[in-house]
Design a protein. Structure first.
Length: 330
């Protein structure tokens, strides 16, 4: 367990001013947020998919975005409107390095609007790239507030349940937002994740708007018990307890209506040996925990076949929990 109780500002870099043409290629992973019962407070990183950023030093101050691929033209090249460049600018301003100039290439290797933290992966890749280029040796957790600025731009709410696991790797609990208190949780080594992204549109902003604002006390008590049970199961390496605890009585009943055949897919996954099943983030992606890779592959294939049968395309991914977070590719 790693408890990051205080997010400190990165130390000013000792790197020279911009120029010289050096570059770096960074990958940052997709994430599963909420983890069924942990709305806005739980998330974990996976090995695939993810996004990539290539960042090069420029000869004059400022941030430019020269190329974006894999987005079908949906993302802005304007650095004032892109989550990657906005987050990088906040970081540079915090360390008093607005003399730095960088050029950014963003390569989307994961679907936009998938519920897998697409904007988070891009933002984290950009922040990790600039931190590395400038020789900033502070703890990566110091980048979290800047990554949350990107989330605020992307979906109107600066939550951390995607960006924290993308940045830190592993399974993460956001214990508090004011002040920001992030806890990295243990997890069973044998836990596998099957992810299926149905090709339907569930925008995050709209998905947040349909959530109930008032809840009954009995539902709140049920949810608290499930969150506590899930965290306990992670610490105890008890996959059965993890499965029993992954039930959501607050958010899933509403958001599931936006996902075709959600309950049918859940029953299919459980019949095939899933430990648990739920919505990834705001959807439409769904995920299942399993005890082994073979079961995860079988669930992914069967769910994708079902979606094909009802004329919906999909992407599928099978992964363990990614404990590494972002990494330099070259």
């Amino acid at each position: 367990m790693e408890n990051i109780k205080e997010i400190k500002k990165p130390s000013p870099s000792k790197a020279p001013p911009s120029g010289g043409g050096g570059g770096i290629h960074v990958f940052a992973p997709a994430t599963v947020a909420n983890v069924v019962c942990g709305f806005d407070v739980l998330g974990f990183a996976v090995n695939e998919p993810g996004d990539e950023v290539i960042m090069r030093m420029a000869n004059k101050p400022g941030i430019t975005i020269s190329k974006i691929t894999g987005d079908d033209g949906r993302l802005p090249l304007n650095p004032a409107k892109n989550t990657v460049s906005v987050s990088v600018e906040h970081y540079l301003r915090s360390i008093d390095r607005l003399d730095v100039g960088v050029d950014i290439e963003l390569h989307k290797k994961m679907p936009i609007g998938s519920g897998l933290g697409s904007s988070s992966a891009s933002t984290v890749a950009g922040l990790f790239a600039i931190k590395t280029l400038l020789g900033d040796e502070s703890d990566p957790s110091a980048l979290l507030p800047f990554a949350m600025k990107g989330e605020e731009m992307a979906c109107g709410h600066g939550h951390a349940d995607n960006v924290a696991p993308a940045l830190l790797g592993g399974f993460v609990l956001i214990r508090s937002y004011e002040p920001l208190d992030v806890v990295r949780l243990p997890h069973p080594a044998g836990l596998w994740c099957a992810i299926v992204f149905p090709d339907v549109d569930v925008p995050t902003r709209e998905a947040r708007q349909i959530i109930r604002k008032n809840i009954q006390m009995k539902d709140a008590v049920t949810q608290w018990g499930n969150i506590a049970g899930l965290v306990s199961g992670l610490f105890m390496q008890d996959i059965d307890l993890i499965g029993r605890s992954m039930k959501d009585v607050l958010v899933e009943p509403v958001r599931s209506m936006l996902i075709p055949d959600f309950y049918m897919m859940r029953q299919m996954a459980m019949d095939l040996g899933a430990v648990s099943f739920g919505i990834s983030g705001s959807g439409p992606s769904v995920f299942a925990f399993t005890r082994d890779e073979e079961t995860a592959k079988r669930i992914t294939q069967k769910l994708q076949q079902h979606l094909t049968n009802i004329k919906i395309g999909s992407n599928g991914y099978v992964s363990t929990i990614n404990d590494a977070g972002p990494r330099v590719l070259g």
